[in-house]
Design a binder for this molecule. Structure first.
Ligand SMILES: Nc1ncnc2c1ncn2[C@@H]1O[C@H](COP(=O)(O)OP(=O)(O)OP(=O)(O)O)[C@@H](O)[C@H]1O
Length: 494
């Protein structure tokens, strides 16, 4: 099915509508500009005397330009709600020049500055599209929801489709970084993971991470990056957020397995898990046709069968118990996380922890062996939402230099575990006294090879060799709608 082109979906008002600029948007009086009921989109307000005032918020404006050299009328293209998604629309306005002798060009410049306070208009965007993503829906979602917004915002767009498993690693390793401002992954979480790792494997990785913004336009079945950063699962809303939001440099986690020359390190932006959750994902691979619900089923099966995953875990804590963690969160959540960052150097990518062949450092603590002999869930993460409605790491902060760790014991009453898992949407599970929740900078986990299982790193299967991870602070440029992660509600409880 072909998607509506921009000109088909736009609503043109041929006659210029009188308008003025306000602090928050462009105001039109009397005549109605196409509007929507969404607060994110344009909204109409009643004015005294029955005439209406319509507000087109700057955050929805994609482009402004003079209609022609002979006219002072200004054509504005903006995102407006249609059903559940945003589409571009265009209107022509005769904007009051109440700012002295300003020319129409100066008014256009003013609108564009207000429309793009955090980013460059007309970015050069490389779309990495996984045609199999989201049970095969990714291409259609891109054409219908993302492309019209990108085109209306005058982005330079190049699309690369992945044609084999891990293709995006090769793309990240080989692309000409000079050509792009942003890599937008029209996919699930697998493609951003691969792109980040491809960039990491480049000789010029410092330049690559200094230059490129990596984001997700949610077209997969797991879209944690978009939910955590854009606060939405809707690709058109995420596209608007990708173009407009503040750039934040987030921490990543370096995950190492193997020793000496066999050592491999991968970057993880989301999470690593071992035990029930990893098994729930891996053992239900065959249920992929069911979509995300397969994961819930997998976890429920493991919880109710009281599965345990014996291992040893050594941790470098920053905030071990819940009260330390609350204090740490209060201090760090107030910090400003946005900055334009071009100052990385090779030292930022060098691992600081000893290799797996070396002893665990003396300032790392073992988790109680009685617990790890009966481990149910080991989960470390950097982003709050690991799936829609799953607020697993509500205390996660973009660049606090830590990862959040959640550990549970299979000896805990099944109903207590189930209750904790049922409160994942609110993120209140971390307050359950049976759940260990800490902020850490590094860990080593050594599974006891008793059963056939795997680690899951950003949703990708990793073998059950010993695994070590450490935080690489503030190295990935991404965009976050409010300059930080999507609200989790954690601050209400600290
Ligand atoms: N053309 C392709 N053929 C086979 N595998 C592919 C292809 N393109 C990408 N992949 C693989 O698909 C996997 C999942 O990608 P992605 O996260 O985008 O999709 P998803 O719909 O969220 O799937 P998942 O349910 O696995 O999270 C990645 O491991 C990636 O390497």
């Amino acid at each position: 099915m072909s998607s509506p082109s921009f000109s088909e979906s736009a609503e043109f008002l041929r006659q210029a509508t009188r308008a003025t600029l306000s602090d928050t948007g462009v105001l039109t009086k009397g005549q109605t500009v196409p509007t929507s009921s969404s607060s994110l989109s344009c909204c109409a307000a009643g004015a005294p005397g029955g005439s209406s005032i319509n507000i087109m918020p700057y955050e929805n404006i994609l482009w402004a330009k003079r209609v022609s050299e002979d006219s002072n009328d200004i054509e504005i293209t903006y995102a407006t709600e249609r059903g559940k998604r945003l589409i571009p629309a265009t209107t022509v306005l005769d904007i009051d020049n109440e700012y002295g002798q300003e020319s129409a060009d100066a008014v256009v410049e003013k609108i564009m500055k207000k429309a793009y306070p955090h980013s460059k208009p007309g970015m050069s965007v490389l779309i990495i599209l996984n045609p199999h993503g989201g049970q095969g829906k990714a291409l259609n979602l891109y054409l219908k929801e993302c492309k019209p917004i990108l085109e209306a915002a005058n982005c330079r767009i190049e699309v690369l489709k992945t044609t084999y498993h891990q293709h995006a690693i090769d793309i990240g390793r080989e692309i000409d970084i000079a050509k792009y401002d942003m890599i937008a992954c029209c996919s699930g979480d697998g493609i951003p993971y691969e792109i980040i790792n491809g960039l990491y494997q480049r000789e010029d990785r410092v330049e690559a991470f200094n230059k490129l913004i990596v984001t997700q336009l949610p077209c997969g079945s797991g879209n944690a990056l978009s939910i955590s950063c854009h606060g939405t699962m809707e690709p058109s809303y995420a596209t608007l957020s990708a173009l407009k939001s503040q750039i934040v440099t987030t921490d990543l986690m370096a995950v190492t397995q193997g020793e000496g020359t066999d050592q491999t390190t991968r970057l993880s932006f989301l999470s690593q898990t071992y035990g029930i959750i990893a098994d729930g994902d891996i053992r239900t691979e065959w249920m992929r046709f069911m979509g995300p619900v397969r994961f819930d089923i997998g976890v429920a099966i493991q919880v109710f069968s009281n599965s345990k995953y014996p291992c040893e875990i050594y941790v470098k804590y920053v905030a071990k118990d819940k009260s330390d963690l609350s204090r740490f969160y209060q201090e760090h959540s107030k910090l400003q996380y946005t900055h334009s960052h071009t100052g990385l150097d090779e030292g930022d990518f060098v691992l600081k922890c000893p290799g797996l062949e070396d002893p665990v450092p003396s300032d790392w603590e073992p988790i109680d062996p009685k617990l790890t002999a009966n481990l149910a869930i080991f989960y470390t993460g950097k982003m709050p939402y690991i799936a829609k409605g799953t607020n697993f790491f509500p205390a996660a902060l973009p660049n606090d230099g830590t990862m959040d760790m959640v550990v549970t014991d299979s000896r805990t009453n099944v109903l207590t575990t189930a209750e904790a898992l049922l409160s994942l949407d609110k993120g209140t599970h971390v307050w359950n006294s049976e759940i260990q929740h800490s902020k850490i900078t590094a860990y080593r986990i050594i599974p006891h090879p008793l059963r056939h299982t795997q680690f899951s790193v950003d949703g990708e299967p990793f073998s059950t060799q010993p695994l070590q991870a450490e935080v690489l602070p503030a190295i990935l440029k991404t965009v976050m709608k409010n300059g930080s992660f999507t609200e989790t509600g954690f601050s209400k409880y600290v």
